[in-house]
Design a protein around this ligand. Structure first.
Ligand SMILES: [Zn+2]
Length: 394
C-alpha cells in the first residue's frame, strides 16, 4: 500500500526529485528595468484577477479567475513583459484559492498585493521544444525570454540529466538580484530503511540550544550567528536615535538590511549542515509535530520562527527521504515533557523553567530537554510500529 507501482506490477525504482540552485544575477540597467516592470505587472495582474474573481462571485455565486490574456487588449503594457510570468501569477492565485478552500484556517483568503509589503519576484516556466528552450544556462549567464542573457555566478553546476523547469527572479530589499533555478532530476528510489531503536534519534526543540537529543547532545547555533545578531540589535538601537530620513539614517538602514540578509544566509547554511549531518548519521529521526506558530505565540512571538526550526524540520524530512529513511512525527498533543522516561509517571507540577527535575515516583533525575527527547523517540517508534501493523492488516 502507498507505494507506486509501474505498469508491469513491479515496484518502480526511479522517480523525479527537485533541486534548486540559487544564483546571484547581475542584470544590465536595461534588464533591471525590465525586471522591475515584470514585478509591477505581476502585482497588477494578481490584483486585477483577484478583484474580478470577487465581482464574478458576487454576481453569479461561482468561482472563476480570468486568464491574463483577457487583460492584454485593455492594458498594453502587459505585453512588454514575459507572458510566462503572468501565467504563473494565474497559477499561483488558483493555487491560493484551492489552499484556502481546503484549509481556510491555515491559508487565509488570498490578499491584494501592495508594492511596499510585497516581495519583488516573478516566476517563469521553461518551455522546451526539441532542441530549443525558452530558459537555459550558459557558463556565466541565464538566458530568459525578453531579458536575453543575464549575467550570473554559479555556486555549483547542475549534474548531467537535470532538466531546468523554471526560474524565480527576485530582488532583495538591498537591491540585489537572485535567480532560483529549479531542476527536475531523475533519481533511483532508495531502498526503504527500517528504523530500529539503536539507529534512531529523538530530537526536542529547545529555545536555548536549538535542539537536544535523547543522548544528551545539543546543537548550539555557531557563535558568529549570535555575534551578527548582536550587531543587528546594536544597529537597531542606533537607528532609534537617528532622525528618520537623514543621510546617516539611510546609511544605517542599508547596513541593517545587508546584515539581515547575511544572517539569513548564515542561518540557512547552519540548518543545511545540521540536517545533513543528522540525516546521514541516523536511520530515522523522531521529532514532535509541534505547531511552531503555537510555540512562537506562547513565547511572545518571533523567537521560534526566527531560529528556523520549521525550516530545519522540512530539510530533515527530505534529506532523510532521499535515503529511504523516515522522519517520525509524534502527535503534538502527546505529553513528552511531563512524562518520566524511566517509569512513565506523569508529573504535572514541574515548574515551566526548571532545567532539571526528579521524578517523585521512581526518583530518577532528569534533564528537561533530554528526558523529553527520550520520550519523543520512544513514542515515534511505537507510532511507527503501530502504523506497520495497520498496513499489514488492511
Ligand atoms: Zn519516574
Amino acid at each position: 500500500m502507498g507505494s507506486k507501482r509501474g505498469a508491469d506490477g513491479k515496484q518502480s525504482k526511479s522517480s523525479i526529485q527537485y533541486n534548486t540552485i540559487k544564483v546571484p544575477l547581475y542584470p544590465t540597467p536595461e534588464q533591471e528595468a525590465l525586471f522591475q516592470k515584470t514585478f509591477g505587472c505581476c502585482r497588477y495582474i494578481w490584483n486585477r484577477m483577484l478583484a474580478d474573481h470577487e465581482e464574478f462571485y458576487y454576481a453569479t455565486d461561482k468561482h472563476f479567475i480570468p486568464t491574463p490574456a483577457k487583460y492584454k487588449k485593455e492594458v498594453p503594457f502587459l505585453r512588454e513583459v514575459d507572458n510566462q510570468a503572468l501565467i504563473q501569477e494565474h497559477n499561483k492565485l488558483s493555487q491560493a484559492f484551492r489552499n484556502f478552500f481546503r484549509n481556510p484556517a491555515a491559508f487565509g483568503y488570498p490578499r491584494f498585493k501592495r508594492k511596499k509589503d510585497g516581495r519583488d519576484r516573478f516566476t517563469a516556466c521553461n518551455h522546451v521544444m526539441g532542441e530549443s528552450a525558452t530558459i537555459y544556462i550558459t557558463q556565466n549567464a541565464v538566458r530568459m525570454t525578453k531579458a536575453g542573457l543575464v549575467r550570473a555566478k554559479f555556486p555549483r553546476r547542475p549534474r548531467s540529466g537535470w532538466r531546468l523547469t523554471r526560474i524565480t527572479v527576485e530582488r532583495t530589499k538591498t537591491g540585489r538580484y537572485y535567480g532560483c533555478l529549479l531542476f527536475a532530476c531523475p533519481v533511483h528510489k532508495p531502498e526503504p530503511v527500517e528504523p530500529t531503536a539503536e539507529r534512531t534519534i529523538g530530537l526536542k526543540y529547545s529555545v536555548t540550544h536549538f535542539y537536544v537529543t535523547d543522548g544528551g547532545a545539543a546543537a548550539d547555533p555557531p557563535r558568529w550567528l549570535k555575534q551578527s545578531q548582536e550587531k543587528l540589535a546594536a544597529i537597531q538601537q542606533k537607528l532609534s536615535r537617528l532622525q528618520p530620513g537623514s543621510r546617516n539614517y539611510q546609511e544605517q538602514v542599508q547596513t541593517y538590511r545587508l546584515l539581515h540578509e547575511r544572517i539569513a544566509n548564515q542561518r540557512r547554511d547552519f540548518l543545511h549542515k545540521e540536517s545533513r549531518r543528522i540525516a546521514n548519521a541516523w536511520d530515522a529521526v523522531c521529532i514532535r509535530g509541534d505547531s511552531l506558530r503555537a510555540i512562537s505565540g506562547a513565547l511572545g512571538g518571533g523567537e521560534v520562527l526566527h531560529s528556523g526550526f520549521g525550516m530545519f524540520r522540512e530539510m530533515l524530512r527530505y534529506k532523510l527521504e532521499r535515503q529511504g529513511k523516515q522522519l517520525l512525527e509524534v502527535d503534538r498533543f502527546v505529553p513528552t515533557t511531563k512524562v518520566c522516561s524511566a517509569c512513565g509517571a506523569v508529573t504535572e507540577s514541574i515548574p515551566p523553567k526548571a532545567q532539571r527535575w526528579i521524578c517523585p515516583v521512581c526518583g530518577a533525575e532528569h534533564r528537561r530537554g533530554v528526558n523529553a527527547a527520550v520520550n519523543i523517540k520512544a513514542k515515534g517508534l511505537v507510532q511507527y510500529q503501530a502504523g506497520q501493523v495497520q498496513e499489514a492488516v488492511s
